[in-house]
Design a protein around this ligand. Structure first.
Ligand code: ADP
Ligand code: MG
Ligand code: ZN
Length: 426
């Protein structure tokens, strides 16, 4: 135990109203409270935010949280405020006055604010922000710097954001202020790169398992014609997944609209979601799905952020994702409640070409796509094993528990390496 252990437990129960920690959360919290630099690697939804939100409350001073998206930060600030935790967001989108107030918190010794959220470009583009942050540090109030989605530093990752590279100055500029990076990207090359860019080589890496034992993974052979594809989806929605909630991911706005239309013609209640819809329509669609009016949402990957539905029973990929990383994240929206859910990917060769033109220009794009193709083409190895490999983990055979199509039908698989649907029941 540490001097703060009792405070940590009390804060968990009384402020966050959570009974117990999930794996690795307490370890991450203790190491950052000890003043060590650390990177926390946990799958999406595992609860990374708590690893910096809770420590922020058990020690005096201010925690600065860097995050790439305003909408994510708004969500967090809202939910903290609801829990009576004083938090603020510094934006450039609000009024001058608003951002001025937020900025002044940094140099105000009397401020009660515990967490302040900023986007990474602040560190490069706002002299006033940096001056105030310097003052905060000089006053001994800069408790910790948390960098969410820290993989965005690295060009090897799937979501490189140039502004993140400015964060490299922090460890020199503010010695003794622990940096806590958080990400769901676990590949060794990205993690090493991130440590290099942040100037915290060899820092502690705290990683929880990426195994989601309640998710069943399977591949279906995808027909050439859209009509036949829709028939498969129709059968799944009316059969195996009748009365259950799910998501169907497509790779274009047009596909999502077409498939929605076709499924509706066949009497299914589905909603369509993509980036070209206005905000209120998107909220409507989301709500109708949430309330089970829509059985499924046919969406592009724009549907993702802020999905808090725990009983998603199926995630079907009508087209392959552009990387295993993306696939894991998209399919991982299934089964958050811990009950069995299925992750189905419809695979055909011609989609690989389609997706490859989309990823061609990004660094490592084709390589990432190849990982996804390998996962689909595989007919003899446990799919979970391939996922584990991707996240640099080793899961034993026993860890699958027949929760993938390959392990489920080993005999037919040996004969049908050529991508026949493994589980014949639709
Ligand atoms: P991540 O950033 O890893 O994707 P979040 O921090 O957004 O995940 O947390 C996902 C959800 O899990 C949140 O609703 C959060 O309140 C909840 N959560 C976090 N830790 C716990 C816990 N120990 N017990 C129960 N719920 C938790
Ligand atoms: Mg998060
Ligand atoms: Zn398996």
């Amino acid at each position: 135990t540490y001097e703060w252990s009792q405070d940590v437990q009390n804060t968990l129960k009384n402020v966050f109203h959570i009974e117990s920690f999930r794996p690795k959360q307490l370890g991450a919290i203790n190491s950052t409270l000890s003043g060590q630099h650390a990177i926390v690697v946990m799958p999406t939804g595992a609860g990374k935010s708590l690893c910096y939100q809770l420590p922020a409350l058990v020690k005096p001073g201010l925690t600065v949280v860097v995050s790439p998206l305003i909408s994510l930060m708004e969500d967090q600030v809202r939910s903290l405020t609801n829990r009576c935790i004083p938090a603020k967001l510094i934006t450039s989108t609000g009024s001058k006055e608003e951002s001025s107030i937020a900025l002044d918190i940094l140099k105000d010794n009397e401020s009660e604010i515990k967490l302040i959220y900023v986007t990474p470009e602040r560190f490069a583009k706002s002299k006033r922000f940096m001056a105030n942050l310097q003052k905060c540090y000089a006053d001994g109030r800069l408790q910790r710097i948390a960098i969410d989605e820290v993989h965005c530093c690295s060009q090897w990752g799937h979501d490189f954001r140039p502004d993140y590279k400015y964060l490299g100055i922090l460890s020199n500029m503010f010695p003794n202020v622990p940096i806590l990076g958080l990400t769901a990207t676990a590949t060794a090359s990205v993690l090493t790169d991130v440590q290099k860019i942040l100037n915290i080589p060899g820092c502690l890496v705290i990683k929880s398992t990426f195994n989601r034992p309640n998710l069943f993974y399977k591949i279906l052979e995808k027909p050439t014609s859209q009509e036949e594809c829709v028939t498969i989806l129709e059968k799944l929605l009316n059969g195996r997944y009748k009365g259950e909630s799910g998501i169907i991911y497509t790779n274009s706005i047009k596909d999502s609209e077409d498939i929605t239309k076709e499924l509706r013609k066949r009497g299914l209640r589905v909603g369509c979601y993509h980036a070209n819809l206005d905000a209120s329509t998107r909220t409507q669609v989301h709500l109708k799905w949430h309330d089970k009016y829509y059985q499924a949402i046919v969406a592009t990957v724009a549907f993702g952020m802020g999905i808090d539905k725990s009983d998603v029973r199926f995630v079907i990929h009508h087209t392959i994702s552009k990387s295993m990383e993306n696939y894991y994240q998209e399919s991982g929206r299934a089964g958050r409640d811990g009950l069995r859910a299925e992750c189905v990917t419809m695979y055909r060769m011609q989609d690989v070409f389609k997706v490859s033109t989309m990823v061609f220009s990004s660094s490592g794009g084709l390589e990432h796509l190849y990982g996804m193709v390998k996962y689909c083409l595989n007919g003899t190895q446990c799919r979970r094993l391939l996922i584990a490999e991707h996240f640099d983990e080793t899961w034993g055979d026993a860890d699958c528990n027949k929760m993938c199509d390959v392990c489920c039908h080993p005999v037919s698989n040996a004969k049908e390496v050529n991508l026949k649907p493994h589980c014949k029941t639709l």
